[in-house]
Design a protein around this ligand. Structure first.
Ligand SMILES: *[C@@H]1O[C@H](CO)[C@@H](O)[C@H](O)[C@H]1NC(C)=O
Ligand SMILES: *[C@@H]1O[C@H](CO)[C@@H](O)[C@H](O)[C@H]1NC(C)=O
Ligand SMILES: [Ca+2]
Length: 161
């Protein structure tokens, strides 16, 4: 991680010593935090998993998918600040029991809490723990429970190249 950051900074300072910095625009809608190639927003107003996904979709995104460990670290940090468990975009399909991200991204990375997913009947929606002990780990919980949630908008979508 440090190596990556350091070489990224090195690259940035080299690039800016050669060329003036590119014009800056705010790449995320207001209220969203920019991180890597995406924009994120923690919505603290609790909603069911489905209502949360609908709200994120209305803003042009999805409930957050977590594709890599550095996304996980970032999203966990945001959720911990909200101090309450929050929905992410992972849900178990009733048809075949497999977990899928709402944005269609394949499930390469997972961060289940101990004993999770418990795969209990009616608990196919995944929330992220905000408690200190279970910081950031995932739990399949009841979809109809209202919880805060985290939306993600891809910058590729906002600024197509
Ligand atoms: C599970 O079902 C969903 C549709 O509900 C489908 O998109 C997905 O490919 C299926 N996964 C497997 C492993 O069969
Ligand atoms: C995981 O979810 C279940 C069902 O909502 C809940 O009873 C349990 O306490 C959760 N686990 C943790 C560590 O919060
Ligand atoms: Ca569970």
């Amino acid at each position: 991680m440090w190596l990556m950051l350091n070489s990224f900074h090195l690259f940035l300072s080299l690039a800016s010593s050669i060329n003036p910095p590119p014009p800056t625009h705010s790449p995320c809608p207001s209220g969203y935090i920019s991180w890597y190639l995406n924009c994120y927003k923690l919505v603290e107003e609790a909603a069911t998993w489905d209502a949360a996904q609908t709200a994120c979709a209305k803003a042009g995104g999805n409930l957050a998918s977590i594709d890599m460990s550095y996304d996980q670290a970032f999203v966990a940090g945001v959720v911990l600040q909200g101090k309450a468990d929050a929905w992410i975009g992972l849900k178990r399909k009733v048809q075949n029991g497999s977990y899928m991200w709402t944005d269609g991204w394949p499930v390469f990375f997972t961060q289940w809490g101990p004993g999770e997913p418990s795969n209990l009947e009616g608990e196919g929606c995944v929330s992220m723990h905000a408690s200190y002990f279970f910081h950031g780990t995932w739990n399949d919980t009841k979809c109809s429970d209202p919880k805060p949630y985290i939306c993600k908008i891809s910058k590729d979508f906002l600024w197509p190249s």
